[in-house]
Design a protein around this ligand. Structure first.
Ligand code: SF4
Length: 154
């Protein structure tokens, strides 16, 4: 059976910044019995508490953060880059240890977002790019999906 990493908030864990989950029936039904699921929460795994104030990437996207060219900040101005990079590296370590070949991650998150993330202005505006953990997993060779673009069948 294939192994997929899945964002823990999509699996129903209340690990989001606001202390809530984003449990997703479609994700659950899609994965059930077809893949071995390993849950990750890069923000929590990187050391951030729950709940926490929201974070966005400023000056680029997740790939830029990983190469030191952009940073992650909270809405109240705290630099959270180190925790986000740590959580992204832990996600890659988990993928390698567990033999994961794909990941299904929460859309738009500064960690888990795929293809589109918020632009750093905390105004609800999206820009192109991956979150930090999504970028790290993509660079490590995993196939990555969000809950909004995951295939209908695995
Ligand atoms: Fe954790 Fe990712 Fe969900 Fe954010 S989107 S709560 S980092 S699993």
């Amino acid at each position: 059976m294939k192994t997929w990493l899945v964002s823990r908030c999509l699996l129903g864990e209340p690990c989001r910044y606001d202390g809530k989950a984003k449990g997703n029936d479609r994700v659950r039904d899609l994965l059930k019995g077809k893949v071995r699921v390993v849950g990750i929460c890069p923000e929590c795994d990187g050391g951030l508490p729950t709940p926490r104030t929201p974070s966005e990437i400023q000056g680029g996207d997740g790939a830029d953060v990983l190469r030191g060219a952009a940073r992650v900040v909270s809405v109240d101005g705290e630099d959270r880059t180190e925790a986000f990079v740590r959580g992204a590296r832990m996600a890659v370590e988990t993928a390698r240890r567990e033999g994961a070949e794909a990941a299904l991650l929460k859309a738009k998150s500064p960690s888990c977002g795929i293809g589109h993330i918020y632009d750093g202005g905390f105004s609800g505006t999206l820009r192109e790019g991956d979150g930090v953990a999504a970028a790290a997993l993509r660079a490590a060779g995993l196939t990555i999906h969000s809950e909004t673009d995951c295939p209908g069948e695995i």
